[in-house]
Design a protein around this ligand. Structure first.
Ligand code: PEP
Length: 251
């Protein structure tokens, strides 16, 4: 099945509003000729600014996290509805930095996924093994658990609102990128697991991004692997010329 490519930029905890506006405007100006689906995920404080900057273009905006309740006494948290209200289309959930630095469990990620879908957001659901898990030959079992628990309780039609980002933890922000063989093998395993849990049709349509040190110099090879449908880009998404070069590589 021919699937569109989807390139998303995860700006993490970087950018002031001024920097975010300039970066978003540069991405919009440089990607107008491409059909690729493109999303920018700034920190909460720059979402409105970026929504304004991309208005009228095909570029969409996502958040990097949300909570699983719609409102209430949850100091410091942001509800899925609030993200929609401010103009977000997507939310990244289960990112390795939230799992490993901020202690989010599979169960918590699952609650967030359900709340985000119920609100109408598209979820970029991140999974990936650590270096020690890969060395212990546990990559597939880790991915299976993260997929099965993180997407528990969802139906095949919910999968229309899910994009999976395979992000080996050892490749995030390290400059060490998965080999094409490692990436393709993991993506095939993920698609197969989704087929087992949600059916062949949902699996065939599912977009699976690769994330972890994607740069212009490795993007062409990764983005043309049969089961890699795009990229979730961290560091290189903070420089318009690098991010645009990755978008170009997807063509
Ligand atoms: C990420 O933050 O999701 C990521 C993949 O980061 P980087 O591209 O910097 O490895």
């Amino acid at each position: 099945m021919q699937r569109p490519k989807f390139i998303a930029g995860n700006w993490k905890m970087f950018t002031t509003q001024a920097v975010a506006a300039e970066l978003a405007r540069a991405v919009v100006a440089g990607c107008a000729q491409y059909k690729t689906k493109i999303a920018l995920c700034p920190p909460f404080t720059a979402i409105s600014t970026v929504v304004e900057a991309v208005r009228g273009s095909a570029v969409t905006v996502g958040s990097q996290n949300c909570y699983f309740e719609n409102e209430g006494a949850f100091t410091g948290e942001i509800a899925p509805q609030m993200l929609l209200d401010v103009g977000c289309k997507h939310v990244i959930l289960g990112h390795s930095e939230r799992r490993h630095v901020l202690g989010e469990s599979d169960e918590m990620v699952n609650r967030k996924v359900k709340a985000a879908l119920a609100a109408g957001l598209e979820v970029i659901f991140c999974i990936g093994e650590t270096q020690s898990q890969r060395q212990a030959d546990q990559t597939e079992s880790v991915l299976a658990v993260q997929l099965t628990s993180g997407l528990a309780g969802l139906s095949a039609s919910d999968l229309n609102q899910i994009v999976i980002a395979y992000e080996p933890v050892w490749a995030i922000g390290t400059g060490v990128v998965a080999t094409p063989e490692q990436a393709q093998k993991a993506h095939v395993f993920i698609r197969g697991t989704i087929a087992g849990n949600f059916g062949e049709n949902a699996a065939a349509k599912l977009l699976i991004q690769y994330g972890g040190s994607v740069k212009p110099e490795n993007a062409t090879t990764l983005l043309h692997l049969p089961d890699v449908d795009g990229a979730l880009v961290g560091g290189a998404s903070l420089k318009a010329d690098l991010f645009l070069a990755i978008i170009r590589a997807a063509q």
